[in-house]
Design a binder for this molecule. Structure first.
Ligand SMILES: NC(=O)c1ccc[n+]([C@@H]2O[C@H](COP(=O)([O-])OP(=O)(O)OC[C@H]3O[C@@H](n4cnc5c(N)ncnc54)[C@H](OP(=O)(O)O)[C@@H]3O)[C@@H](O)[C@H]2O)c1
Length: 326
């Protein structure tokens, strides 16, 4: 019986549990029987014998779970084989970094959607996982369900990757594509994005390129380019004007926020992109391009965020730990 602990019970954590319920039969066919031992949010938890439906209902109706036991306590003291970590992202790692370290050191696998701990201590975390003979899986952190990490670490292992680049932030891509299509200015489209729930009220994390830079650091380290957040050259999109789009359009170009990592370059900045290029993707889509020595450019694209997009990547990671060939 595989014992699962879950920390973070917001959009992604609830999505994970909903998928565990709806895909119970398929998942257990692949990895055998499993049981969720505990679920914790920032201030409450549920553990021991409980139904997953009950936890979802409680959280939706009351905003909390049954007990007062704190996440750190459960991560430290409970018995579990895999920790599903989907609490909030903090650039310096935050509490999540402690949860992940604790779990790995206890000999439990970790599946996370949280970019913070990986950006803060990528190498250190990988070393701890290796030393304790467990896996740290993080597909959901970059491009949600787009299998960039799996492809980079698996299929592309025997390729020489010269660089990796792409559109890693759906909010910026939505804003830029709307500006292009409607000739609207940045602030108008930003307000629209906030209204639609595509951007946060304080959207600086997205529009200043911080989120894209964080994902770039994770991608870079995954393909063997050592990178730290402070080393990324970063320029946001708030200075882009409709006039810039008009000029770019005349030459059949558009403007996109492009993140790129190679041996000599770590950058997130708006760039002119040929309209025929896969990077000119529209709306909230993400695209990642691996530039390889042997086969040129390989593209992976899809929806880069969302409840089930992210949670399904975590389910896939968990299954991969126990059934790597399925
Ligand atoms: N949503 C997406 O599309 C998406 C895509 C890719 C990656 N991610 C990443 O996935 C993670 C979860 O995202 P989300 O959208 O589910 O966020 P969310 O809805 O804000 O949920 C965050 C959850 O973490 C809990 N939490 C906050 N601080 C905590 C702490 N110190 N210890 C334990 N739990 C804590 C919150 O508790 P309360 O319920 O008590 O507030 C909440 O249950 C984030 O790291 C995010 O960057 C999200």
């Amino acid at each position: 019986m595989i014992r699962i602990g879950i920390v973070g019970f917001g959009v992604v954590g609830q999505g994970f549990v909903e998928l565990l319920i709806s895909k119970k039969n398929e998942v257990s066919k692949m990895i055998g029987d499993f049981k969720v031992e505990f679920i914790a949010d920032s201030k409450s938890s549920i553990s021991g014998d409980f139904e997953l439906d009950e936890a979802l209902k409680l959280k939706k109706m009351t905003g909390r779970l049954k007990d007062d036991k704190k996440p750190q306590e459960l991560v430290e003291d409970a018995e579990y084989d895999v920790l599903i970590e989907c609490s909030v992202t903090k650039l310096e790692g935050g509490d999540a970094l402690r949860y992940i370290k604790t779990a790995l050191k206890k000999g439990s696998h970790v599946v996370t959607s949280n970019k913070g701990p990986l950006v803060a201590e990528f190498e250190e975390l990988m070393k701890i996982a290796e030393k304790n003979d467990v896996k740290l899986m993080y597909e959901a952190t970059v491009g949600a369900a787009i299998p960039v990490i799996r492809v980079a670490k698996g299929y592309l292992k025997t390729f020489t990757i010269k660089s990796v680049y792409g559109i890693l932030n759906g909010t910026c891509n939505y804003i830029l594509s709307r500006m292009e299509e409607e000739g609207l200015d940045f602030n108008q489209v930003l307000s629209e994005a906030v209204e639609l729930g595509i951007a946060e009220t304080d959207a600086s994390y997205d529009i200043e390129g911080i989120d894209a830079a964080i994902k770039l650091v994770i991608l870079a380290n995954t393909v063997g380019i050592r990178a730290k957040f402070d080393e990324v050259y970063r320029k946001g999109i708030s200075y882009i004007t409709p006039e810039a789009f008009r000029i770019a359009n005349e030459k059949d170009y558009t403007i996109r926020l492009v993140a790129e990592a190679s041996k000599d370059k770590l950058s997130v900045a708006p760039r002119l992109v040929k309209k025929s290029h896969p990077l000119s993707i529209k709306g909230t889509m993400n695209v990642v391009v691996f530039k390889t020595e042997e086969a040129g450019e390989l593209y992976l694209a899809g929806r880069g965020a969302g409840k089930y997009e992210t949670a399904s990547a975590m389910i896939s990671d968990m299954v991969h730990i126990y059934a790597p060939s399925s």
